[in-house]
Ligand binder design. Sequence first.
Ligand code: ACK
Length: 323
Amino acid sequence: ATDGTISTIISSYYDDQCEFSRENLTVGHLIGKGAFGFVYQGTAKGINSKEKVTTVAIKTVRDDATPDEVENLLKELSVMKMVGKHINIISFLGCCTKGGQVMLIVEYAKYGNLRDYLRRKRPPGHVLSGLYETPSDTDNNEHQTIIHDDDYIRSLTNIDLILFCLQVASGMEYLHSKKCIHRDLAARNVLLAETRICKIADFGLARDLTQTYYYRKQTDGRVPVKWMSPEALFDRKFSKKSDVWSYSILAWEIMTYGGTPYTSVAAENMFDYLRDGNRMSQPINCPNEIFQIIESCWSFKESLRPTFTQMCDNLRHYLYGSS
Ligand code: ACK
């Protein structure tokens, strides 16, 4: 891992159109830490419209990042650039690659990740035993600040939850229309912005489908086993249909106010568990029509799973009575 390699990688991704000048960017406090590096809140002057200062999120890698880690951030950046704008997807605003640490500047989502938001909004007494891990297992986001605004006192209804499902499905419909698969769809990777708009984030694993029909993951890093379809788990075969499977786990997380999937099943037993036909049960508050949509994504056979377009139609039909 030499600086030479890193600068070669950086220059191979360089795009003058997207470069944002560092003097107009202010890096603020740390909002998240991952294996890859850090996420900061910040402000960028003139990034959206001239003169205006915009609150942004800034993703960086650690100072001692390997060339691979730098390249992963640059790949994420290029996927976001290719995907373009949709209200339910975190949009790419710019980047700083010249003259210092690589920084990816993206739209800021005020309420952080959807899973933790849902847990905070869980109605008292809602919990079914076993649905939630103990807080010490999961709440490792010590950087999170809880925002005491109007939304803080507003509770969530079932309709709000189903609206979250629809928003994520529409973001995914768009992503798939851009020939991109996400591969790590989960409530922790959806962010919530002002006025409760869901934004799909974490394109770290996303891949452009035009390059290969589906993506076979080469190495086993940390894999989100409980969100993965059987063929993704067993064959490392990722496709639009494996995103649909992951979406159903995400929709189940939403309907359970941030429940943990398959709490009683060990990760290494997941494949057998699913092959034997076991699935999660209907959350108590989840309407039958919505659970039917979730269940349709759990077909072992990929071809039987719906598309996001079909799911959006069904969810709109449920919510608005027409599609
Ligand atoms: O719940 P959080 O604050 O929301 O914790 C995670 C953390 O960084 C690690 O991913 C937060 N985060 C990531 N991207 C953004 C963003 N664009 N806007 C706001 N918060 C973000 C995420």
